[in-house]
Design a protein around this ligand. Structure first.
Ligand code: ZN
Length: 330
């Protein structure tokens, strides 16, 4: 029913209409993982990525995030049909499968990386939980269906409590967490980031250790902001001026921490809450549109064309066409 209705709306021109109506609002798209031939595990497939990029090439103009931010900072009007691509965490699958596509399509993107992850000091704690859920003998609470609920509770814990809990689950499942991330969770190297930064890609900070900011003190979040930038700038030999909140929902940071990002000298920060970027938007809480689950073309068009945006404005409660399965953001 839902899909049939969407197809009907698309056929009668409603999507083209909402695209024109929302042309002055920028879209910042959010991705985490890509896959391709020989890839181990999830991530957006090359075929779906191509479908999305073809649609973007046809109807939108993909620009660097910094261009949208510069426009907002100068108080200028956003140009029509602007889109920015953003990719979180810095996993190697993005270098391997997305970067060739960016070059082929000549599309810029921003990679938000976790500095200790790239430096090989640790792997991302959310990936450790996902890895544990893939192990035979894991506990019921780590079953894939329970993961959204589990992450909600982990996100509220202090990092040391959370890490201890993860170690306990590993012990309970009779496995030990590998020192280095397994292939599907591996990081880009500094050399790979440098190569991308020299061609189409901006590198931003996604903290040093991926803590949920609201679970740590302001003093600790300040260190995350400063240390991650220092480490990334040294690693890539270039400037870092954008930031991405871990998990990025409203409950995942405090207003005082949004203020710290500005005070630390970053130009902007992106969140994971869904929305389009309006003229005059707050540069330190820029909404994004998650594209990883939009694997069907009509779903993709609903979000890119602004149809979903107007639905949520017109029927905030009656979201029968809007609701999606809960997404683990990371
Ligand atoms: Zn993340």
């Amino acid at each position: 029913m839902k899909r049939l209705a969407l197809h009907a709306f698309q056929r009668c021109g409603l999507f083209s209409f909402t695209r024109a109506l929302s042309a002055g609002k920028a879209r910042i798209l959010m991705y985490h993982n890509f896959s391709g031939p020989g890839a181990d595990g999830g991530g957006l497939s090359e075929a779906v990525a191509r479908q999305q990029f073809d649609y973007l090439r046809q109807h939108f103009k993909v620009v660097p995030l910094s261009r949208i931010v510069a426009c907002l900072a100068a108080g200028k009007k956003l140009e029509r049909h602007w889109v920015a691509l953003t990719i979180d965490d810095g996993r190697r699958n993005c270098y391997e499968f997305l970067f060739p596509l960016l070059k082929e399509y000549r599309m810029p993107a921003t990679f938000f990386v976790v500095s200790s992850f790239i430096a090989g000091e640790d792997w991302i704690w959310t990936d450790k939980v996902s890895w544990l859920s893939e192990q035979p003998g894991h506990r019921e609470q780590l079953a894939p269906n329970n993961l959204p609920q589990l992450f909600r509770s982990l996100n509220r814990m202090r990092p040391e409590t959370r890490n201890q809990r993860i170690e306990e689950w590993a012990a309970g499942a009779g496995v030990s967490l590998p020192q280095k991330p397994p292939a599907r969770y591996a990081a880009c190297s500094w050399a790979e980031l440098r190569e991308m930064a020299g061609s189409l890609v901006e590198i931003g900070s996604h903290t040093a250790t991926h803590p949920i900011l609201s679970s740590i003190t302001d003093e600790e979040s300040w260190k995350e902001l400063i240390e991650s930038r220092r480490q990334i700038e040294e690693g890539i030999g270039g400037k870092v001026s954008s930031f991405c909140y871990p998990n990025g929902r409203l409950e995942d940071y405090r207003p005082s921490q949004a203020k710290q990002i500005r005070e630390a000298g970053y130009d902007c920060a992106v969140v994971a809450d869904s929305g389009l970027v309006k003229n005059g938007a707050d540069r330190y809480r820029l909404p994004r549109v998650g594209m990883e689950r939009k694997t069907e073309s009509v779903e993709m068009a609903k979000y890119l064309d602004g149809m979903a945006h107007y639905q949520s404005k017109l029927w905030p409660k009656r979201n029968f066409l809007q609701r999606e399965p809960e997404e683990i953001v990371g």
